[in-house]
Design a protein around this ligand. Structure first.
Ligand code: ADP
Ligand code: MN
Length: 174
């Protein structure tokens, strides 16, 4: 289904782990009534993985299984997808790609609080320094639907929710 046939838009919120995707998506879902899809949780709940990555300490998801699982829901519109990767989703699914960005020192603190191992912590900090998720988004989606948003403070979180809520509502009014 093409984007213009959807009554409600689909957003993807991406960014390095710890940048605040799940917090933002959850608030935005409450503010708009859109559905929050936490892909990491979905993969775990529905066992849509085909292994465990011991280096990154996360499941290796089965991209085909994930896309099949989500296709019907995504084609209806009205979804906020929360995941730290984006290149394997069909391009046609999304009306906006939001990339959250967090300063290193702030991200370091958040990930340490999660009890990440030194290696996992370093991998994630490097992921943020080299803007890996932004690059991935730029390689996979039209540049004019990609938006970066700062996610350092609670004020950032509130203004991001407000901005995206307004965007969703204007999209739905059309
Ligand atoms: P992600 O889903 O990207 O891994 P989370 O939403 O789980 O990130 O957020 C990680 C931690 O950082 C949580 O403790 C959350 O409360 C905090 N956090 C997220 N975004 C912000 C922000 N903009 N300002 C302050 N703290 C934040
Ligand atoms: Mn999360």
């Amino acid at each position: 289904m093409m984007a213009e046939e959807r009554q409600q838009p689909n957003l993807l919120v991406t960014g390095t782990p710890g940048t605040g995707k799940t917090s933002l998506c959850s608030l935005l879902a409450d503010a708009t009534g859109l559905r929050h899809i936490n892909v990491g949780e979905l993969v775990k709940d529905k066992r849509l993985y085909d292994g465990w990555d011991p280096n990154l300490e996360c499941y290796i998801l089965d991209e085909d299984l994930v896309c099949d699982e989500l296709e019907e829901t995504m084609s209806k519109g009205g979804n906020i997808v929360d995941y730290h990767s984006c290149e394997f989703f069909p391009e046609r699914w999304f009306d906006a790609i939001i990339v959250l960005q967090t300063d290193n020192s702030v991200l370091y603190e958040r990930l340490s609080n999660r009890g990440y191992t030194a290696e996992k912590l370093q991998n994630n900090i490097e992921c943020e320094i080299f803007q890996v998720l932004l690059e991935e988004a730029r390689e996979s989606y039209s540049h004019d639907i990609i938006k970066t948003l700062p996610s350092n403070t609670i004020e950032d979180m509130s203004s991001n929710v407000e901005l995206l809520k307004n965007w969703v509502q204007s999209r739905m009014a059309n």
